[in-house]
Design a protein around this ligand. Structure first.
Ligand code: F6P
Length: 521
């Protein structure tokens, strides 16, 4: 697919002119004063999510230009290529089809369906695997002898299921405990092994490749511990979630749930990698999670660009990164169960869009992924919100909150929501004070995402929304959002350094690494 680089489009030039003319000094407070319909114009519903974009530094004319930029850079045809199963991950020659994992089965009676008929075979495989995995999940749920589920995996094989199991804590089956071991630091596995017993534990070894050193080391140690402590039935107590079934069986695991190379690690929570979540919330809950995501897929695939929420969010990200030169975005979930949501988004966005070359390998003259970071509110307010309100850098904030809580503790939820709204209000309004120290400049942008409640369906929708917004900004930037070569060099060097830590050999090393190694060997 021949695509025009974003900075060579007419829309980019117009956006630059607009930014120089009025964009840089845009005042959102004046925009609200001048337009009583601003909230309606810059807010919208998408499946399970209401989004208020009106507190952002943008007007209708700029949004039109950004939509033009999307058209001129071919975002729509790129999106359609993803949904057609084309190999848009060009450096690995792979299709990008995590969306297929949440597509309902084909109804043979209905010829015109969203999924292309030539996908039928793949979709049938997806559903066969899903059904097997959900049957296994239900069997584990019914098995009172299994009390602890230990997921061993890292990156996408950890963050997605961990984030989702924590987020849906209110829906988790009582009597089962979930543990997540990702770090090669033995303290992490050790802390879990201290709490569990071989006879009542199910280890899930989650690794797309089944070669990741952290996961293999932890899995081997878990197996050694299991056998050393009287565990006998590996088939009952270990399962593998992987595309590399052969490696899992060589490791000694016979219960395996597979997936496919067209599912990126950070997009894999919808696949067998989601097994801990399926055990936690049950087959029905997992299906609702998939259905919420599918509803957003359909929205992204079919809604006109101007009312397409992932498109609007992704374009806003481009506006902030490339015109305002904002280098980061803070995510502020006003729901304590979303405590791993910022970490999940870090991998999703920074591993996808942290690229300095375009899809042809040519260095880019413009910025790509922002730094994504955050903590649940209200905790963040008492830590780094000082910087958000009065620091020298402007950091757009993305709030997310649920209208209805899953508890009935008096007053808490109203206070929580009041804080979320007040923070967004304070960032925008500011407060004049002649003294300097108590002055808030205001005009600091934020987006507010509102769910009715945090449920399997709304979480699925929220995550799919984030996946597609990352697709949109990556698509405008012309990068391959689906590879991750940047993680490879450190992995290779770690092998060399590990050998040197054993031998003490510092030959050929830089003086700093040699000096540190000498202290550690
Ligand atoms: O090293 C980065 C990475 O490849 C991520 O993209 C991935 O989610 C993680 O490692 C884990 O990989 P695997 O699931 O193959 O163990």
């Amino acid at each position: 697919m021949n695509r025009i680089r974003c900075d060579r489009t007419p829309a980019w030039a117009s956006l630059q002119a607009t930014f120089a003319d009025s964009g840089r000094d845009f005042d959102v407070r004046s925009a609200f004063a001048a337009d009583t319909t601003r909230f309606q114009a810059f807010s919208q519903s998408a499946p399970h999510v209401f989004a208020d974009l009106s507190k952002n530094l943008i007007d209708a004319a700029t949004e039109q230009l950004l939509l033009e930029l999307a058209r001129q850079t071919g975002v729509e045809s790129h999106r359609d290529a993803m949904f057609a199963g084309d190999a848009i991950n060009t450096t690995e020659q792979r299709a990008v089809m995590h969306w297929l994992l949440r597509t309902p089965p084909l109804d043979p009676a209905m010829p015109a369906q969203s999924v292309h008929r030539h996908m039928a075979e793949k979709l049938n495989e997806v559903h066969a695997t899903l059904n097997a995995m959900l049957a296994f999940a239900e069997a584990v749920r019914a098995d009172a002898g299994i009390t602890d589920i230990v997921n061993i995996g890292i990156g996408g094989s950890d963050l997605g299921p961990q984030m989702a199991v924590l987020a849906l804590d209110e829906f988790v089956l009582p009597g089962k405990r979930f543990h997540f071991v990702s770090n090669v630091d033995g303290h992490e596995l050790n802390a879990v092994l201290r709490k569990v017993r071989p006879g009542s534990t199910l280890f899930l070894v989650a690794s797309k490749t089944f070669t990741t050193i952290e996961t293999m080391t932890n899995a081997q140690s878990a197996k050694t511990w299991f056998e050393a402590n009287g565990g006998t039935d590996i088939a009952r107590h270990f399962a593998a979630l992987t595309t590399n079934v052969a490696a899992a069986s060589a490791f000694g695991i016979s219960t395996t749930f597979g997936f496919w190379d067209w599912v990126g690690g950070r997009y894999s929570v919808w696949s067998a990698i989601g097994l801990p979540l399926a055990i936690a919330i049950g087959a029905q809950g997992f299906k609702e999670f998939l259905a919420g995501a599918h509803a957003i897929d359909e929205h992204f695939r079919t809604a006109p660009l101007a009312h397409n929420l992932p498109v609007r969010l992704g374009l806003l990200d481009v506006w902030y990164r490339n015109f305002h030169d904002f280098g980061s975005r803070s995510v502020a979930p006003y729901h304590s169960a979303l405590k791993r949501y910022p970490a999940y988004l870090q991998q999703l966005e920074m591993e996808s869009n942290g690229k300095r070359v375009d899809a042809t390998g040519t260095a880019l003259p413009y910025g790509t992924s922002p730094v994504v970071w955050g903590e649940p509110g209200t905790n963040g307010q008492h830590a780094y919100f000082q910087m958000l309100h009065q620091g020298t850098d402007v950091v757009p904030v993305e709030f997310v909150a649920a209208k209805t809580p899953k508890h009935d503790l008096n007053g808490h939820h109203r206070l929580l929501l009041a804080n979320a709204l007040a923070q967004a209000q304070a960032l925008m309004q500011g407060k004049a004070d002649a003294g300097g120290h108590k002055h808030f400049a205001g005009n600091r942008p934020s987006t507010f995402l509102l769910l009715d409640e945090l449920s399997p369906a709304s979480l699925g929708a929220l995550i799919a929304l984030q996946e597609h917004r990352v697709f949109v900004s990556g698509s405008v930037w012309g990068i391959n959002s689906f590879d991750q070569w940047g993680v490879e060099l450190g992995k290779v060097l770690a092998k060399d350094v590990e050998a040197r830590l054993g031998s003490g050999d510092v030959t050929g090393l830089d003086a700093s690494t040699a000096g540190l190694l000498a202290l550690l060997a």
